[in-house]
Design a protein around this ligand. Structure first.
Ligand SMILES: Cc1ncc(COP(=O)(O)O)c(C=O)c1O
Length: 387
């Protein structure tokens, strides 16, 4: 039996659906929906009359994100549109020389590959290191050379779910004088994440996966010392030090990471994300990780017992976060995915298999229903599966 607690009332899900897609887009908790409803009501009746309250909420959100990432200060946190934007700030902001090398892995989501490849016309070399071996960190460290300027890696790989040993990579980057950038979207909200312990220069994530927020509002952590290394690529009223002094002609970028926020913020999403983070922080990242580990362990154990299933994700607890990916011998994953979705198992087709991603609150009955549906589909002759 999985351990379940009071948080159920925050997730009044549709009983016809088994939601196992938090690694893609998560459902909102009730508190986020309530915050959006209240904000809509305020806008209908009052407009922006109480704008100072909106600004206070923005400050609260920065503090929540600072706490979640253990950033040294609120000034290290920028509110951005998404992970891709933050990665582009880093890629387009650094002063590259022809021959400089960027290391990434061969499993990265396009958001952590394309911004680096966009530098290739400037002579930057992007090396994709294979994570296939038993010691993927060692492979990345072995690839570090005199021309390597930056390592950019996902904390958890989006398709396989492989979880990286970030402190080890952070130490190696420091020793080799290499900048360290972490795409944290697949772990922030799913497990503790500590930019100081990892010793990274940059970390970024969007709110719509494990953070249970809406799309279009993400976080960009930029270490204080690394801030001035990034040439700015976006400009506007909101990113200057003397924000609000509209008559002033001279300007300098904000000292804080607000310099990466050119214009009006996404106040609607801020209300939702702040509510979701309030819930996550009240539960605590360690408890969330424990509950999620129980669920992924249960899925792994149950899936392994089904004939023909091959687990594509790591099975060691330290090597996984919230993603379990599998394929079935003799089954086309695309067709199996269509059948699962039709039957109400909301999941993704990734990395040549089916990706299931529960969250800490996912009830056992949802996991059991999804497993029953999978077994039923697999028990049918493959021809009728095609229908
Ligand atoms: C590892 C990883 N990075 C980035 C993204 C995309 O992020 P965004 O839409 O916030 O740019 C995803 C989405 O699936 C992802 O899995």
């Amino acid at each position: 039996m999985l351990h379940e607690t009071h948080w159920d009332d925050q997730f009044p899900h549709d009983p016809a659906i088994c939601y196992l897609n938090h690694a893609a887009v998560a459902p909102w908790p009730k508190c986020a929906a309530d915050a959006v409803t209240a904000f809509a009501q305020e806008n209908i009746t009052q407009g922006a009359r109480d704008y100072p309250r909106w600004v206070r909420l923005e400050h609260l959100l920065r503090s929540q994100l600072q706490a979640l990432m253990n950033a040294p200060g609120k000034d290290d946190i920028a509110l951005v549109k998404n992970t891709s934007e933050a990665l582009s700030f880093v890629a387009m902001g650094l002063d590259w020389q022809a021959g400089d090398e960027v290391l990434i892995s061969d499993q990265e989501f396009p958001s952590n590959r394309i911004p680096w490849q966009a530098l290739e016309p400037r002579g930057v070399i992007v090396r994709q290191v294979s994570l296939d071996g038993v010691n993927p960190e060692a492979a990345l460290i072995a690839a570090m050379g005199p021309a390597t300027r930056l390592l950019s890696i996902s904390s958890v790989q989006y398709a396989s779910g492989l979880r990286m040993d970030l402190p080890r990579l952070g130490r190696a980057c420091r020793e080799h004088n290499i900048l360290f950038c972490v795409d944290a979207i697949q772990s922030l909200g799913a497990e503790p994440f500590d930019v100081q312990a990892i010793d990274c220069d940059f970390a970024m994530a969007d709110g719509h996966k494990w953070l249970l927020g809406p799309e279009g509002l993400g976080v960009f952590y930029c270490r204080g010392e690394a801030r001035d290394k990034l040439q700015l690529t976006q400009f506007g009223w909101h990113m200057v030090e003397a924000m609000g002094d509209y008559d002033r002609e001279d300007w300098v970028p904000a000292n804080s990471a607000r310099r990466f926020e050119p214009g009006s913020p996404n106040t609607l999403a801020q209300h939702a994300l702040s509510a979701s983070l309030g819930l996550l922080l009240s539960i605590g990242a360690t408890r969330i990780q424990e509950a999620l580990q129980q669920r992924t362990a249960y899925l792994l154990q149950s899936l392994t017992a089904i004939t023909g299933i091959q687990i594509l994700s790591p099975t060691q607890a330290t090597r996984r976060a919230g993603i379990v990916t599998f394929r079935v011998a003799g089954q086309d994953s695309e067709r199996l995915h269509v059948l699962l979705m039709k039957a109400g198992v909301i999941c993704a087709q990734r990395g040549g298999g089916i990706r299931w991603s529960p969250h800490f609150y996912t009830p056992q009955r949802v996991l059991d229903n999804a497993l029953t549906i999978l077994r039923t589909i697999l028990a049918q002759p493959t021809d009728s599966n095609a229908g």
